[in-house]
Structure formats: structure tokens, C-alpha cells
Design a binder for this molecule. Structure first.
Ligand code: R2B
Ligand code: URA
Length: 314
């Protein structure tokens, strides 16, 4: 069966939407559900008052590791002067170990695990959470790690479009046995605003570029160091050099479905990932723990600065 490109108009034609700035729910069946249980968050509309708990959320930051998202929530607490960043902070999803969620004023920080299936489940429940909470004008940012292509380790990449392993800006979702193609472009205005913030911080190299989103860390990212490898070093280098020529500056594993789902739901979205290595120089992540820790704080610093600046402009 030939893949079907989802109509852009349909992507922006929500079945339930309160208008500009509101969350678009592209699911006509949802209104028939009386109690909505967000199973992987251990939250439900009968057991939790979503509007009271989350109604003021304006920024959602998502990242792979629960530990890193807790550290981000504590960092933001200090930056927004909402408490002592060293204080412990409660995990809203403490009843499950699937995802961790922290709220600091208007900022929600959530972990999403590794790979497209894991972030996709989290995003379905997050988008419904924001909808049930009647949130408006929400910006969602993925902060994460990646492998760089042709840029120094520690550089931060702000994604302009997420591309698949064939360098195409699309995400393929199989629905009822048919392949549906969804757009993975991200908002260029928001990317520029983030770049401007990085220039103001002036502490690390930041570029805007395409991000390749893969289904795997090893063969999917042209590594030679997995348990299975069926290509030569020369073929690997040809592929990574072609990726660089196509404007790709980093590789990670969640940006495509993130961009596609946020776009359909009317959410302003950005992807900000630090590069842990330059893949043109090797495959193994061999920098020290301290160096990697400092790298991982860079997207947090940049997004923290962006949120502080936005809040001060209101
Ligand atoms: C970046 O890092 C993880 C793999 O190590 C993956 O979640 C990603 O996108
Ligand atoms: N995350 C990835 O997906 N790839 C890398 O090379 C590093 C981090």
C-alpha cells in the first residue's frame, strides 16, 4: 500500500479546539470518554483536578532521563526564584515508574525515555493533560543529547527540521496497516529566538540545523561498535558525510514524532540537543563523566534563560 501524506489542512483542523493558542485535540472520540485515565502518568480526570493542578502551565520541557528532568526542575526553581534549587522536588507521577513529572510555577518538566515509541506514548498523554487542564499558549521544548556531525562536541543544535534516515523531513506512522506521512518541520521563529538567547549567554557554540531522528542508536546511526554491523567504515563515512551535506548537524531518536505531534496539536515546539561527540571522528562516547555532565547542562541553561526572558517580557 502506498504511503499517504496527511493533508496539512487536516493537521490543523482539530475536532476539538477552543481557538487560537488552545490545545487542538485531533480525536473526535475523546469527547465520548467520561473519565480519561492517563495510564502512564498515573493521573485521571476523575481522581485529579487537572485545571487546578496544571492550568497555569506555559512551558513544558521534555527530556529522556528522569534524573535529568528532576535536575532541570531544580535548576528552574532557582532561576525563577521560586525556592531553593537544592530542595527535593515531588514527582507528580510517583505512582508509576514509566515517566517522571515535576512542576515549578508555569514550567512542567517530564521525562520521556528513549526512542519514538516511548516519547509518543508520553506525548499523547501530555497533550490530553494540557487539553483537560485548559492550558493556553503553551511552548514545548525537548532538551536532550545527540551525536554531532561535523561540529565540536559540546555544541548545541537547535533543530529546524527533523529528518528520517533517508534525510526526508517526515515521520511515518503506521495507522490501520497504512503508512501515514506527517510533517516534521519546527517553528523557525522559536528556533531563532532560542539562538538569540544562546548568543546572549555566550558560553557555548550553538547552531541551527537539521536533526536526523533514527530508530536505533547503533546500526540506525551508522555506528561500527554495535553487536551487529553489516557495512564497511568507508560506507559509514559516506553516509555521515552525505548527511552533513544535506544540512544535518546531529542525530538523536525522538525529534520526528515530537515535531509531528506538536504540530498537529497546535503546540509551539523546539528541539535543543547538545552533541556528546563528533560522529565524523568516532562512535564511542568516551568523554569523562564530568565533561558529559557539563555538556548536558547546556540545553538546560539555554532553555532556562529563554523561559526567564519570556516571563520577564509578560
Ligand atoms: C539521545 O540519546 C539517547 C540515546 O543514547 C536517545 O534517547 C537520544 O535521542
Ligand atoms: N544520542 C544519540 O542518539 N546518539 C548519539 O550519538 C549520542 C546521543
Amino acid at each position: 500500500m502506498a504511503p499517504v501524506t496527511e493533508n496539512k489542512d487536516r493537521q490543523h483542523e482539530p475536532s476539538q479546539s477552543g481557538g487560537e493558542g488552545h490545545i487542538h485535540i485531533s480525536n473526535p472520540h475523546l469527547e465520548k470518554i467520561k473519565e480519561d485515565i492517563l495510564y502512564h502518568f498515573d493521573l485521571g480526570t476523575y481522581t485529579h483536578d487537572f485545571t487546578a493542578l496544571f492550568g497555569d502551565v506555559k512551558f513544558v520541557c521534555v527530556g529522556g532521563s528522569p534524573w535529568r528532568m528532576k535536575a532541570f526542575a531544580q535548576y528552574i526553581t532557582g532561576e525563577l526564584k521560586l525556592g531553593d534549587p537544592k530542595d527535593d522536588i515531588a514527582n507528580i507521577c510517583a505512582g508509576t515508574d514509566r515517566y517522571a513529572m515535576y512542576k515549578v510555577g508555569p514550567v512542567l518538566a517530564i521525562s520521556h525515555g528513549m526512542g519514538i515509541p516511548s516519547i509518543s506514548i508520553m506525548l499523547h498523554e501530555l497533550i490530553k493533560l494540557l487539553y483537560h487542564s485548559k492550558c493556553t499558549d503553551v511552548t514545548v521544548i525537548r532538551i536532550g543529547t545527540s551525536g554531532g556531525i561535523g561540529i565540536d562536541p559540546g555544541s548545541v543544535v537547535i533543530t529546524n527540521q527533523s529528518v528520517n534516515s533517508c534525510f526526508k523531513p517526515q515521520f511515518e506512522q503506521i495507522i490501520l496497516g497504512k503508512t501515514v506521512i506527517r510533517c516534521t518541520e519546527l517553528e523557525s521563529e522559536l528556533a531563532q529566538e532560542l539562538l538569540q538567547c544562546s548568543q546572549e549567554i555566550n558560553e557555548f557554540n550553538t547552531v541551527i540545523g537539521s536533526t536526523m531522528c533514527t530508530l536505533d542508536f547503533y546500526e540506525g546511526q551508522a555506528r561500527l561498535d554495535g553487536a551487529i554491523c553489516s557495512y564497511t567504515e568507508e560506507e559509514k563515512m559516506q553516509y555521515l558525510n552525505a548527511a552533513y551535506e544535506a544540512g544535518i548537524r546531529n542525530i538523536e531518536m525522538e525529534s520526528s514524532v515530537f515535531a509531528a505531534m506538536c504540530k498537529i496539536s497546535g503546540l509551539r515546539a523546539a528541539v535543543v540537543c547538545v552533541t556528546l561527540l563528533n560522529r565524523l571522528d568516532g562512535d564511542q562516547i568516551s568523554s569523562s563523566h564530568e565533561v558529559l555532565l557539563e555538556y548536558q547542562q547546556r540545553p538546560q541553561k539555554l532553555v532556562g534563560y529563554f523561559i526567564k526572558k519570556r516571563i520577564s517580557q509578560v
